[in-house]
Ligand binder design. Structure first.
Ligand SMILES: Cc1cc2nc3c(=O)[nH]c(=O)nc-3n(C[C@H](O)[C@H](O)[C@H](O)COP(=O)(O)O)c2cc1C
Length: 390
């Protein structure tokens, strides 16, 4: 069954960036990346981002050295520190079911939510790095079975966040008449801390449709994105749900398209081949184990995998004008949130807010008008570059 999401042109797009909390930057290449995984760097980056029109930051979860990321900071503690260093930014921590008990995570996130005045969120990821589980002595479930556990996990989170005396009997989790006090912060328009979800396979799409608030897609071209969200929308429909969609993209904005393309060529020419090949083997084996072979990265080339979330496929590469118009094309297909990454995070997040976002907003206003509606500018995030300090 296929389905299309309802397109809303009046709500402004939202923007997020990947927190570089693992070493090596967001491309597995020896090209210069003026990006650092330290907290000091990330604190300043988060402040720049919230002053530049970004509403969210996504912290990755990685426990072991792998494929160009030799060192990692843990996601939930790092996110909490970033929340403490900012005023408006919502920080999404990636977490693996199987590494956490959902009740412990639910409690942790409620505390994080109170400490940050309602800005805590999670990205539930079902995992691909088998060694992290196996070498911790944890079960590594078969691909689709991981999503059975993920679905139960999310139901527990939501149940404990919204109900008193919550119970759930499942294959993986049994919760008995449990109440978490306090409840999450009461934020208008939000039932509980937002639940993001990352995955690509048919099982991932079906699960996200049933239980996620937001579905994050790896980088995709326009058609690939439409196909991806059709699966999620179809799975969501019987339950009357409408998850929102986020899309990953690696941004290379330069004065000319030629310069931007040249930068991409340099990233590819300087790719760390053994690391990219190792990553390809690990993830494509994971994807090939799905019944229909539609796991994430199933159709990714060597070049795509240099940005390990397929960020080049989205083609946010060129002048600010070109990138802005590409972004709005995706909005017309249902993207509500762009998850972005860069070679030089601090400089380029700031430049994105300064050079690209104003054009995006103009194009969004135009697109809304042509569809007979208005862009709701009351929903735009506050931006101001003054006051960003270390
Ligand atoms: C936006 C996004 C963020 C992700 N972040 C992480 C992460 O931080 N850690 C991780 O181990 N996997 C992460 N993943 C990968 C998922 O855990 C999962 O392995 C992947 O989606 C493959 O699933 P599939 O075969 O069902 O498509 C992420 C995926 C997406 C789309």
């Amino acid at each position: 069954m296929s389905s299309t999401p309802r397109i809303d042109l009046s709500t402004p797009l939202k923007f997020a960036y990947w927190v570089p909390n693992v070493s090596g930057g967001l491309v597995v290449s020896t090209i210069e990346q003026r990006t650092d995984w330290s907290f000091e760097y990330n604190k300043k980056l988060a402040r720049i981002a919230e002053h530049s029109g970004f509403e969210y930051a996504l912290t990755q979860t990685r426990y072991a050295a792998s494929y160009g990321a030799e060192k990692q900071h843990e996601a939930t503690s790092f996110s909490l520190a970033l929340l403490g260093a900012t005023e408006r930014l919502k920080v999404i921590s990636a977490v693996h079911p199987g590494m956490w008990h959902p009740g412990v995570l639910a409690k942790f996130m409620i505390t994080a939510d109170h400490l940050s005045n309602g800005r805590a969120a999670v990205n539930i990821v079902s995992g691909w790095l088998k060694d992290e589980f196996v070498n911790f002595g944890l079960p590594w479930l078969e691909h689709d079975e991981r999503y059975v556990r993920t679905e139960e996990f999310i139901r527990v989170l939501r149940g404990l966040w919204t109900e008193q005396g919550y119970s759930q009997d499942g294959k993986y989790y049994n919760i008995n008449n449990f109440t978490l006090n306090p409840a999450p912060v009461d934020v208008p328009g939000r039932a509980h801390p937002e639940i993001f979800f990352g995955g690509n396979s048919t099982a991932a799409q079906a699960t996200a449709g049933r239980v996620a608030d937001w579905y994050f897609s790896n980088g995709k071209d326009l058609e690939g994105f439409s196909e991806n969200i059709a699966g999620v929308t179809a799975a969501a429909a019987p339950a009357g749900r409408r998850p929102r969609f986020g899309l990953n993209g690696f941004v290379i904005a330069r004065e000319s398209e030629k310069e931007a393309r040249e930068t991409l060529r340099e990233i590819v020419a300087k790719a760390h081949k053994p690391a990219v090949e190792g990553f390809r083997e690990a993830v494509q084996e994971a994807g090939a184990s799905t019944k229909d072979k539609k796991g994430m990265w199933a159709d990714s080339t060597f070049e795509d995998l240099i940005q390990y979330n397929d960020g080049f496929k989205t083609q946010l590469i060129g002048t600010p004008e070109q990138i802005a118009s590409r972004i709005v094309e995706y909005k017309k297909r249902g993207v509500k949130l762009f998850l972005t990454c860069y070679l030089h995070f601090q400089e380029e997040v700031e430049a994105f807010g300064r050079d690209i976002l104003p054009i995006v907003r103009e194009l969004e206003a135009e697109a809304a008008r042509s569809a007979g509606t208005e862009l709701n500018t009351d929903l735009l995030p506050v931006t101001a570059l003054q006051g960003v300090s270390d």
